[in-house]
Unconditional design. Structure first.
Lengths: 557, 347
């Protein structure tokens, strides 16, 4: 056990330790061995590399947007270019980064191991889902190279069907294909969680990470097909003019919004739920305690998934929907906020009487809690019918969903990447630098997006290329923050790459965590476990871990 | 510190001309702002509460102070507390918001109606008295004003932040919103729904005038023809009066007094005739055939602009007798009258 009183980090003796020669990375060699792999861990790595690439492309667009908004005049790029920038930023960040971020990388890597299985239920479908993702990504890049698309990521009809001559169909196809990648991932998770738990792994012994992925998978499998339908209808309307959304042919332009948000609201929970799973693991590990109210946290994930399907109309409160249906959807929106509040308090009280240390993943998790609380509570503004009239379609909404998606999900993703980095690569990242990156990200994020709440109440509309001069000072603050945030995101990619070769050898369980993934070597063997484990204790059972460690010491010593 | 005086002046100007809170210029603004401050209070309290809990626990139970964790399963009482209290607060936000929503989206009966047509990338305002404005709207204080809005192409959204109102402007259907301005001045008008290339240029100025100034403005800027007068002219020129003449043998129903009435349709349903119904009946007549008449009216889809439809609707709203309709020569009659004249001209 570590003697230090400020960290639980427990690394093997660096003079003798080495990364195990035989592991899933060294098991086979050559590019083809990666491209044709069925190993969930290798596929997770493929995903990790590809989503990182898309994150930085999308991030570059965000940078250009903020640079343009430094001045009130439309002076850096032309209006059409600006519209393409925010469209591509949205499409790439939502469909190619946020939706697959935690599930396809960390989820893919960890769910089989956490359940004590050797792989996901359908390894080949898992690989197929990565290929679909890459095809989708390539199509997005194609439309980008051909001249881009300027529909906004929401593809609002009839703008997208009748009034634009950019590459709408290419991008729509990209999203359609990438959607199937997410359906297959979800399907794989659901089947794996139902059928492949090791002996003794009952539903309520599963880590909360698995629970939250289970809830997100249900959303992926049930929600994504509706997006596919909406996208196909947009393409048909553009190509042959079937008129489903065209009022002159008896269609209804609002129907598209219903279909689109029926997916895209649950998509928000697809993005955030896996992140919540990460936070549960991290907070438990660094406070050496079982998550406070395990069952409540597990069920709140499922509750979010269920309610998440019945709130989509809150994106359309000002669009002339019936006042009474707006009433129902507003009420349901308030109800879906409650499970998120429960989670925040349960995580806070997990700290109570713990033995807390503040390693990088924990700092990111604290960042998540702060930013997600703001993001969640500002969501109540938008769910409150009257308030929504003033705030919707303004920068308030931009700030709100960035707090949830970027402040929430990206913080959780980074917490998870740092937490499981030693497991995935066998090496530690540099501790001081990474703590600094976490703090820089938190500060930069707040500086970027807090001014946007004020801009929103002032009425500055989103997707504006130019704006009245009295809004400038807040926009300058926001752009300044974006610069800091950019540095915060560049740092991890640099030091994580560095650590692949020079990082300290991590050993099996550097954090002394209880999950099954920490009881095997790092990086794991291709088959994960030499013998299938038997789960004989609850999740987050630190007494069991201590007992086990003691026994090992006695046996070996 | 030697700061350049030019830079200094620039900074002062910048700081004094930047906005932090929108002006309150309508009766809805104080209602909205009180809800806003309630929700802001909720957010600040929530964030501070979480911050205090996390900081306190982090200090008291950090490893150097509290080396061994005490396992706690959970506490139903605590969990019930933080389920019920947020739920209660959220329900207050729901009820308060709903009241405000119904207030902003339910126009009072005595409100003055102004039509708004949105198109890429401009706003047209049509006052009943025949004042037409582009990217501008003049309104008086102290008078509830209803906006009846429609888009000619894509979705737009009509937003006046100083009034705290906003409503989507949709192709193919009228949407309405109302406000009552309180403070004379000039305010921003934004299109808040992304509508293509010049979305951010689809802006305008709302000018709030005192009732006297407004009266002066209406007199100075009228086009000479009210919307209803324009509509009457169209009604004749498009030959509507050939069928809708009010004669006993007419092929179409009389339209005098039809606005506001309950109409029996051939499909058995009963409808209340309002602006939206009239517009729809002109564009899709076969869907709205009055009981007792044959479905012979052709569609006018694509032949009348949204402005023209507004004129026609306004005309029909003021049509209380068929007298003038019958006095107007119909297009078909004038066709019949023409041939003898042309025969004379022909050699």
């Amino acid at each position: 056990m570590s003697a230090s009183s400020t960290t639980i980090l427990n690394l093997p003796d660096q003079s003798t330790a080495q990364v195990p020669k035989k592991n899933f990375i060294t098991a086979e060699h050559g590019l083809l061995s990666w491209l044709l792999t069925g190993d969930h861990k290798r596929i997770a790595m493929l995903y990790l590399i590809s989503i990182t690439v898309f994150f930085f492309i999308g991030g570059a667009f965000a940078g250009l947007i903020r640079l343009e908004l430094l001045t009130p005049q439309p002076d850096l790029v032309a209006s059409d270019t600006y519209n393409k920038l925010f469209t591509m930023h949205g499409v790439i960040m939502v469909f190619l980064f946020l939706v697959p971020s935690v599930p396809a990388t960390l989820g893919n890597f960890l769910i089989p191991i956490m359940l004590g299985a050797r792989d996901l239920a359908f390894p080949k479908i898992n690989l197929l889902s990565w290929y679909l993702y890459i095809i989708g990504g390539t199509l997005v890049l194609t439309s980008l190279v051909l001249g881009g698309v300027d529909t906004g990521w929401t593809f609002t009809t009839p703008l997208s069907t009748h009034y634009l001559n950019t590459h709408v169909i290419t991008t729509a196809t990209a999203i359609f294909v990438a959607g199937f990648s997410s359906i297959f991932t979800g399907l794989n998770f659901i089947v794996t969680i139902h059928r492949m738990r090791c002996p003794g792994m009952t539903w309520f012994r599963m880590p909360l990470f698995v629970w939250s992925h289970y809830a997100a998978s249900i959303l992926m499998v049930l929600g994504t097909p509706v997006l596919a339908i909406a996208i196909v209808l947009v393409a048909l309307e553009r190509l042959v003019g079937i008129g489903v959304f065209d009022p002159t042919k008896g269609g209804d332009p609002l129907l598209f919004q219903h279909l689109f948000w029926f997916y895209s609201h649950p998509a928000v929970y697809i993005m955030i739920l896996p992140g919540m799973g990460v936070i549960s693991e991290v907070i438990s590990t660094f406070s050496r305690k079982r998550v406070f109210g395990y069952t409540a946290v597990a069920f709140s994930s499922v509750a979010i998934a269920l309610f998440g399907f019945f709130v989509w109309e809150h994106h359309m409160f000002i669009m002339g929907v019936s006042n009474y249906s707006a009433l129902v959807f507003s009420l349901l929106t308030m109800l879906v906020a409650v499970p998120s509040a429960i989670k925040i308090f349960n995580w806070s009280f997990t700290l109570q009487k713990g033995s807390i240390t503040f390693e990088t993943p924990m700092l990111y998790a604290f960042g998540f809690m702060g930013l997600f609380t703001i993001g969640g509570l500002t969501g109540v503004f938008l769910g409150s019918l009257g308030m929504d009239i003033q705030l919707t379609e303004t920068y308030f909404i931009v700030a709100h969903f960035h707090f949830v998606m970027v402040g929430g999900m990206l913080m959780a993703f980074l917490a998870g990447v740092h937490f499981w980095w030693p497991k995935m690569t066998g090496r530690m990242y540099p501790e001081t630098l990474s703590k600094m990156a976490a703090v820089v990200t938190f500060i930069g994020f707040n500086l970027t997006f807090l001014p946007q709440f004020i801009l929103g109440y002032l009425g500055m509309p989103r997707r504006y290329h130019a704006y009245p001069p009295e809004f400038q000072i807040l926009n300058v603050l926001s752009t300044a923050g974006a610069t800091v945030l950019g540095i915060g995101y560049m740092l991890p990619i640099l030091y994580l790459a560095w650590s692949l070769k020079y990082g300290a050898v991590a050993g099996d369980n550097p954090w002394q965590a209880t999950g099954l993934e920490w009881q095997i070597q790092s990086p794991p063997l291709t088959e994960n476990f030499t013998t299938i484990p038997i789960m004989d204790h609850e999740a987050y059972d630190y007494d069991w871990l201590e007992h086990k460690t003691k026994q090992e010491v006695t046996t070996v010593g | 510190m030697g700061i350049s005086p030019v830079l200094w002046q620039f900074l002062i100007k910048w700081l004094t001309h930047s906005a932090l809170f929108p002006p309150e210029a309508s009766t809805a603004a104080p209602w909205m702002d009180s809800l806003y401050f309630f929700l802001l209070g909720m957010t600040v309290t929530g964030v501070v509460l979480v911050a205090i809990i996390v900081t306190t626990f982090s200090l008291r139970y950090r490893k150097s102070v509290h080396p061994v964790a005490t396992q706690i399963e959970g506490s139903t009482l605590l969990e019930a507390t933080w389920t019920i209290i947020p739920l209660g607060i959220f329900l207050i936000a729901f009820v308060w918001g709903a009241l405000l929503y119904f207030r902003i989206y339910t126009p009072p009966v005595n409100s003055m109606n102004i039509y708004i047509v949105g198109k890429q990338w401009m706003w047209k305002a049509e006052h009943p008295g025949g004042q037409h404005e582009i990217n501008a709207l003049h309104v008086p204080t102290g008078q509830p004003i209803q906006l009846t809005m429609i888009s000619q192409d894509v979705f737009h959204s009509f937003s006046i932040p100083a009034f705290r109102i906003k409503r989507e402007v949709i192709p193919g259907r009228y949407s309405t919103v109302w406000f009552q301005a309180t403070t004379p001045g000039e305010y921003h008008l934004f299109c808040t729904q992304y509508c293509g290339t010049n979305h951010s240029a689809m802006i305008g100025t709302i000018t709030v005038l005192s009732p006297e100034d407004y009266k002066k403005w209406t007199e100075e800027s009228t086009s000479g023809m009210s919307l209803a007068q324009n509509g009457e002219r169209m009604f004749a020129s498009m030959g509507c009066n050939a069928c809708h003449s009010g004669n006993a043998a007419a092929r179409g129903p009389s339209l005098a007094g039809v606005f506001g009435s309950k109409l029996q349709l051939t499909n058995g349903s009963q409808v209340l005739v309002n602006e939206a119904y009239l517009r729809d009946a002109i564009l899709n007549p076969s869907q709205h055939v009055t009981a007792g008449y044959a479905p012979i009216m052709p569609t006018y889809q694509g032949q009348v602009s949204e402005d023209g439809l507004i004129d026609l609707v306004e005309y029909l709203k003021t049509l209380h007798t068929d007298y003038r309709v019958q006095q107007t020569l119909t297009t078909s009659d004038s066709d019949q009258a023409a041939p003898p004249a042309s025969e004379v001209v022909k050699p």
